[in-house]
Ligand binder design. Sequence first.
Ligand code: NDP
Length: 329
Amino acid sequence: MGFRALLTDRDADGKITSTVADIDEARLPEGNVTVDIDWAGLNYKDGLCLTGGGGLVRNYPHVAGIDFAGTVRQSADERYAVGQAVVLTGWRVGEAQWGGYAERARVNADWLVPLPEGLSTRDAMIVGTAGVTAMLSINRLEAAGLTPDAGEVLVTGAAGGVGSIATALLAKLGYSVAALSGRPQHADALKALGAASIVDRNEFLEAPDKPLESARWAAAIDSVGGKVLGKLLKQVKYGGAVASLGNAGGIGLDTNVLPFILRGVTLIGIDSVMQPYATRIAAWKRIAETFDISAYGDLVREIGLEELPDAAEQILAGQIKGRLLVKPR
Ligand code: NDP
């Protein structure tokens, strides 16, 4: 039986295009669980996969979509029963393996997570890879000693997917959040999520650069990299830590060693893709306990498969607010 998918292909000149197509189930990749997809997400990496950026997709035609939530349709794995709600993030699904921009996916059971109690498949995709990455970042910062009484936590790329969920999760956990954003028009939405203050990205970057600057932040969660990460490291308080998870502003890191050797600052790398099962289960459990989905409602927009190519361009241009959900059927 066939299903609808957004098929991304590369022509002889290397041009990448995506069109909705009917696909025979026999073309699904190998795997022991087949999932009927209710919702997929749009992430920065999906923007790259849909436009051929970053060399992430090697084999065409391809079905992109790095995260999805849905219902088990067939299972040859005893952990998953037909009808069970599941979510998938990471494992290079949507990059090296067909992903979530389709009505159906077939994957390795080890990559799935049973949906925690209290979350619908739509809720799970509001959270998506962005939310898992935000939660993993907070968990690592706390393991490094961060507590709510340590002072303000800076979140960069705050109006984006990871940044906005990190803002909401931190605020709910009792942290005082400073949300750094290049889009002042989203300041009210960020305050509604719990941000105590807004830091204008341009003002932040234009301030005179010194080897070590006034210590302002107890910790930071950084989606941006580049100049933003380089500068914020110089403003972290003694003993503080920074979770570096993204490169929306560049892969460079222009800083110096003074924050590390004079203030004992720790730089923590966050990867959500290859996290072991137990870490994912723990992250999803804490998300279900912490994240107020209803408070996030204004930052969610729904689209169909046909609208994805345009949305991919928008997310790469930093124009998407919050989370964009994809409904494949
Ligand atoms: P979004 O596009 O939703 O958010 C990125 C945000 O970064 C934008 O909203 C914008 O925030 C800011 N931004 C964009 N371009 C620039 C720029 N040129 N200079 C400075 N700031 C910029 O993406 P996601 O939240 O999905 O992902 C964020 C980053 O994290 C990406 O680099 C992504 O690849 C990475 N990532 C990494 C993961 C991991 O496992 N390590 C998992 C998920 C994502 P604002 O408008 O508020 O300034």
